[in-house]
Design a protein around this ligand. Structure first.
Ligand code: ADP
Length: 254
């Protein structure tokens, strides 16, 4: 994985932690409580995947499977505005990068498997236009939370479905050299697993960083920034380490 292609997150400090971004050819899972910023990372990644390879992107479109409702279209458009204004030279005038994010809602784990059985031809066909090179599932846990009781039979069904889904994702990642980003609210669902990189996003450790901001060359008041922390928990190509970043109206910043 050290040499596998990476997709920039659009945030230099996160890219540095991840040695360039989210890797192709494997699955990356971000585990965190609700409200930590998982969706913000997914949205920003889907936009940045469209950048040319020379700028850290995959020159690709993405398939965004969401299980939480409603899908944050307004937030995507807001992030897209700042993405476009900083990368205008890469896109034609009047081009809308949101058009290259194929958003699909998913309601159950069986539904996800059904969608994934149609994903191969979908990605194959996309090669004629802007190929799909990124799959996001935000979040996988929601599918396994609602549908299952804690009985042995249900737990077995759950783990068998989960195995099928992760095997299919791995096969897709390999076949099409995709980056796959999956979010999860519960820690025990996946665990260290061959072919899966685990990242942990902490909200509890929000730290306030005070910075002396300068405007027009003049020093002004300290501003308080709410920083979040992303940890590499297990990933064969990365050391265990962490970094802090901030979520702003414009996106993720280090
Ligand atoms: P998760 O997917 O982990 O549940 P989200 O990705 O939805 O979490 O993150 C929600 C957080 O993102 C909010 O608590 C807020 O701090 C931040 N956020 C969302 N939109 C904006 C915005 N427009 N400006 C600044 N911060 C935002």
């Amino acid at each position: 994985q050290l040499t596998s292609q990476k997709c920039t997150t659009g945030c230099p400090i996160l890219d540095r932690l991840l040695y360039g971004g989210i890797p192709c050819d494997s699955i990356t899972e971000i585990v965190a409580e609700s409200g930590s910023g998982k969706t913000q990372i997914c949205l920003q990644l889907s936009l940045h995947a469209q950048l040319p390879v020379s700028h850290g992107g995959l020159a690709a479109s993405s398939l965004y499977l969401h299980t939480e409702f409603p899908f944050p279209f307004r937030r995507l458009h807001q992030l897209c505005l700042s993405f476009r204004s900083s990368n205008a030279h890469h896109f034609p005038v009047n081009d809308n990068p949101c058009d290259r994010i194929f958003v699909q809602s998913v309601h159950t784990a069986d539904h996800l498997l059904e969608i994934m059985s149609k994903t191969d031809p979908f990605i194959e066909n996309s090669k004629n236009q802007v190929p799909v090179r990124l799959i996001v599932i935000d979040s996988i846990a929601a599918l396994f939370r609602s549908d299952f009781d804690n009985t042995p039979v249900e737990l077995k069904r759950r783990s068998s479905l989960f195995f099928k889904i992760s095997s299919k994702l791995k096969a897709l990642a390999k076949r099409f050299n995709l980056a796959v980003l999956v979010t999860n609210q519960v820690v025990d669902l996946v665990g260290p697993n061959e072919g899966i990189n685990g990242l942990f996003l902490s909200r509890n450790e929000e730290v306030i960083r005070e910075e002396n901001e300068k405007s027009n060359g003049q020093s002004c008041d300290f501003v308080k920034k709410k920083m979040r922390k992303l940890y590499v928990v297990f990933a064969p190509h990365l050391p265990e380490s962490s970094c802090e970043f901030e979520i702003t109206r414009e996106g993720l910043f280090g």
